[in-house]
Write a protein of this length. Structure first.
Length: 331
């Protein structure tokens, strides 16, 4: 099958690249890590530009677009380590599809949502929970919404806004929400893989640019075979990840039967490809790449955190294998 982004999606990616380039940067991620700055661009800016509502229905104030449209935007945010994550917008839009009054609050940013992973009485670290005011959680089989107390830890990557959550109130939105919750988690995994794609692609680009400039023994280091091979291997991983992300995002909109397999494949590849790209960036920069002052470690931090969020690489590879054995590839 031949597949490519259409003109509208390419235009959206270009607009997102310009927006995130002006509103966020690795230096802002560093400030957040040091406790001296807010997440950028922040929830309000993301809501004002319409990114939080891309997959929210039009009658709830959103754009009513598909997950692929959100993925091409998320990729650009990942490139500059933007926060908060569009993963939360993707998951919450699925969970609130039949609750338009709450979906509208997601789209316009009037409520700061987070999706809680784990028990609502004491969750695992959850994305964007640190500054959230409204929490969505799975209580047994029921989807609930409520207020809660968020307890952040010492962050490895502050832009993810990780915190453990204990709900202090809850209202049932859907009684039997197991399948809905799983579908929302798959959508979130696709968007996290898209953000990781953007970050990994930027890490490789930064490594290539430095290899063309830095000289050692009278030659640019990019002319040495060992450096070239590292960068090419990282680039191949990123290119493979791009194909998987686009497939998974397309499947969410056009072939939902493929989503579970595609989302798991994309998230698993994101874990390895992004980590390799970040480590290659550090290696190519040599001594300066290991310093606090250089941005390379910020990409490495994001890679280390993201590989464990929404299921680690092993979990998703297991899902891919299980679905493949069950005949998902031939369906």
């Amino acid at each position: 099958m031949n597949f490519d982004l259409d003109t509208d999606q390419r235009d959206a990616a270009a607009a997102a690249r310009e927006f995130f380039g002006e509103q966020a940067s690795p230096s802002a991620a560093r400030e957040a890590l040091e406790g001296g700055g807010p997440l950028r661009p922040g929830r309000k800016a993301l809501a004002d530009v319409g990114f939080l509502g891309i997959t929210v229905a039009e009658d709830a104030g959103g754009a009513g677009r598909g997950l692929l449209d959100l993925a091409v935007v998320a990729e650009q945010g990942g490139a500059v380590l933007a926060g908060p994550s569009l993963v939360t917008a993707a998951r919450a839009a699925v969970l609130l599809a039949d609750v338009p009054e709450l979906a509208a609050q997601l789209a316009d940013g009037s409520s700061a949502f987070a999706v809680v992973d784990g028990s609502p009485d004491g969750s695992h670290p959850s994305v964007d929970a640190a500054d959230a005011t409204t929490f969505l959680a799975l209580d047994g089989r029921s989807l609930v919404v409520g207020e809660g107390v968020a307890t952040p830890g010492t962050p490895l990557d502050a832009t993810r806004g990780l915190a453990s959550v204990r709900l202090t109130s809850r209202r049932v939105l859907v009684e039997d929400a197991g399948e809905l919750w799983a579908r929302a988690r798959q959508a979130g995994a696709v968007i996290m893989a898209a953000e990781d794609l953007g970050a990994a692609d930027r890490a490789v680009a930064l490594g290539v640019a430095y290899a063309k400039e830095r000289e050692a023994f009278g030659r640019t280091i990019g002319s040495y075979q060992a450096v070239k091979h590292m960068l090419v291997d990282a680039w191949v991983g990123v290119d493979q990840l791009r194909s998987l992300v686009w497939w998974a995002a397309w499947a969410a909109d056009s072939a939902p039967g493929e989503l579970a397999l595609a989302a798991a494949a994309a998230k698993a590849q994101a874990a390895s490809a992004f980590e390799r790209a970040a480590e290659t960036l550090i290696q190519v920069h040599g001594g300066i790449g290991f310093t606090w002052e250089h941005d390379a470690h910020l990409y490495w931090r994001r890679a280390k955190v993201d590989r464990l969020l929404l299921g680690d690489e092993a979990e998703h590879l297991d899902t891919v294998a299980r679905l493949a054995v069950a005949g998902a590839l031939g369906a």
